[in-house]
Structure formats: C-alpha cells, structure tokens
Design a protein around this ligand. Structure first.
Ligand code: UFG
Length: 339
C-alpha cells in the first residue's frame, strides 16, 4: 500500500514510517514540523535506505494536501497522527486545540473523500476513557468519565466523527488506535522522542535527569492505592506501537473499529525509575512530591482485541524501552537539534 502519514515526522510517526517501509509499504509524510524536525525524516530515510516524499505543511492547508496527494497518486490509505498533544497546554489554549486537532481531521477526511482514499487509521489515546471505573480498560469501557482536558476531548470527538463517517459510507475503513503510554526509541538510536523544553511525561523527564540536564525527578504522589503508592501506567514500546499501526492498516475492513494498544501490564513510577537506573547505569535523584492535579492512580489496558483481530502483540518490555530510550538520549543529548 502507499500510505500518507500525517504527523509522520513526530515521535510515533517516524517509528510508524519505519515499520511500514520495513513491511514493504510506501510512505509519504505531511508534517508542519511544529513539534519535530525534518531531521527525523532524514533519519527514517537513512535507516530504511528509502526516499520519503515530504510535505512541510499544516494538514488544514487543503490545497497543499490535495496537490501532494495528486503528485504521489495513487495513495491507498492514511494514518492520521498530526495534532497537538499536551494535556496542560490544552487547558490553557482550548480553542487552539479544537481548531488544530478537529480542523485537520475534518479537512483530511474531506480531501480523502475527494481523492478516493477510503482507509484511515487514527492516532487516538487511552485518555478518551477518562477516569477508569474498572481495570484493565477494554474497548467496551465507557469513555469520557471525568474527561476534563480539551486534548482528550478532541481525541474523543474525532473518534465520533470517524464512527459517523463510516456509518454513512459503506466503503470507508476507519480505525481508532487508543494508545497507552508510548516510551522507548528505535534500537538504532537514530530516532526517538524529542520534546521541546522541559518534558511533561515521565520517561523523557527521567532521561533528562540521567543525562544531567535536569537535577531530579519529582515523583507525583506516593499515597495512591497502588502496591508502592505511586501511579501505575501501561508503558508501551514505540516500536510495538508502530507495529500496531501496520497491523491495523493491513487488517482494516469496511466500517469503524477501535483497538487498545498497550501491554496490559501496570508499571509504577518508582518501577520505571528503577528500570531506567538499570538501563543507564546512573543513579537518578528523585524527590517525593504531592499528586499532580488531574492524574489517576492507575490506568492500563486489555490489548486482547488487537491480538485476536489484528494478530498483534507487544514484544518488548519496560527494560527494553529504557535501554532504547537511553541509547537515543545518550547519542543525541540535544535531540535532533544536535544533528
Ligand atoms: N510522573 C511523575 N513525575 C513526572 C512526570 C510524571 O511522577 O515528572 C508520573 C505521573 O504522575 C503519572 C506517570 O508518571 O503517574 C505517567 O505520567 P505521564 O505524564 O508520563 O503520562 P500520563 O499518563 O499522565 O499521560 C499520558 C500522555 C497523555 C495521554 C495519557 C493517556 O501524556 O497524552 O497518557 O492515558 F493522554
């Protein structure tokens, strides 16, 4: 298949591009580079020995997107990863989040219809569940429970749009992938997560402490109802996550479907820090701190539907993720900017 990746130069996008190319598909990328760098695409090309057509543009730029698709026709499918993704920022700038995330998705669906592209895999998030009522989360678990942040709401609304679009068009194949917490990096050390400024998420923060650019990690909450009192999450290696996109694309059937992509295994904040210490061989200074507002005690998914229907399963562990993240971080202490 020839596949357009929106946001294909980002953390998950670049890994997905590699997985697609290695599975024998062709890839083209549209990315506005607001959260990443063209160097990521250059490195995808280096790893795979392929040339990847790249359009640097906002997905809401209908004309640029249409011209790009026509220049590279026939395009068979889209994996839609472009979007803003910071929970805290979305609370400060809700209108921008709705504009970018919903606007790009709607423009994309309209352009796909005009160009006859009938398959879309969407980058959703386990955040659509909100506060879990029961663990592990299955695709049947209710969504939107106490979902307070606009980022998560945009993911949920885009899922609804896809579901409605598929109901109205018997030829449309639409899949939402609900990611749990993506971590790790490509084993080559050439591709990885490159957050701008001080990271919000745990593994990039811990990694910056290990490399010495941040002094210590705050452990947000030590009194949760979990085995060691710290928050538990389902950390999935980005390479496994990327493989999930290839499986979804290859197995897509007409209609709308939703899959959890996670390991099913909860890992606590203290367990992740200990794993990173083992992987890096460095001690990671930590400070016990109050709970972070908006956090839940524990969340992890049941990935068995993706196993049954897509033939997909995770292969890598939290130790693999820490090893690969550290390999990327230590080879690229300034991320892509150091290239
Ligand atoms: N944590 C710390 N210290 C830090 C950062 C995080 O203790 O400096 C803790 C958090 O309290 C939480 C865990 O580490 O218990 C994971 O936090 P992250 O910020 O890494 O991830 P979240 O689970 O909060 O959020 C992530 C993504 C969201 C997505 C959500 C889906 O960042 O985009 O998973 O469940 F919506």
């Amino acid at each position: 298949m020839r596949v357009l990746l929106t946001g294909g130069a980002g953390y998950i996008g670049a890994h997905t591009a590699i997985a697609l190319l290695e599975a024998g598909h062709d890839v083209l990328i549209v990315d506005d580079m607001s959260g990443t760098s063209p160097e990521a695409v250059a490195r995808v090309e280096q790893i795979t020995g392929t040339t990847v057509p790249l359009l640097v543009a906002d997905v809401r730029d209908r004309q640029a997107l249409t011209d790009f698709l026509r220049r590279n026709a026939p395009v068979d499918a889209v994996i839609h990863l472009a979007g803003l993704k910071a929970v805290g920022e979305s609370m400060a700038e809700p209108v921008r989040y709705y504009d970018v995330n919903l606007g790009s998705s709607i423009t994309l669906l309209e352009v796909m219809a005009a160009e006859g592209i009938r398959t879309i895999v969407f980058s959703s998030s386990a955040t659509v569940y909100g506060t879990p009522e029961q663990l592990p989360l299955t695709e049947e678990s209710p969504t939107g429970i106490d979902l307070a942040n606009p980022y998560g709401k945009t993911k949920r609304i885009i899922e609804e749009i896809l579901s409605d679009a598929a109901a109205a068009d018997p030829d449309l194949r639409a899949i939402s992938l609900r990611y749990f917490n993506p971590v790790g990096a490509h084993p080559s050390g050439l591709i990885g997560e490159d957050p701008h400024g001080i990271p919000n998420n745990l593994m990039p923060f811990v990694s910056r402490v290990a490399i010495g650019s941040l002094p210590e990690v705050a452990v947000f909450g030590t009194d949760y109802d979990t085995p060691d009192g710290t928050g538990q999450r389902d950390y999935i290696h980005v390479t496994d996550l990327a493989a999930g996109h290839v499986a979804a694309l290859e197995q897509a059937t007409p209609g709308y479907d939703v899959y959890n992509l996670g390991t099913g295994e909860p890992v606590s904040v203290l367990e992740l820090i200990a794993a990173f210490e083992r992987a890096s061989g460095r001690e990671i200074p930590k400070r016990l701190a109050p709970r972070r507002p908006g956090d839940v005690a524990a969340t992890y998914g049941d990935p068995s539907k993706a196993g049954r229907e897509l033939g997909w399963a995770t292969r890598l562990t939290i130790d693999d993720a820490c090893r690969d993240y550290w390999n990327w971080q230590s080879r690229n202490p300034r991320g892509y900017a150091g290239a």
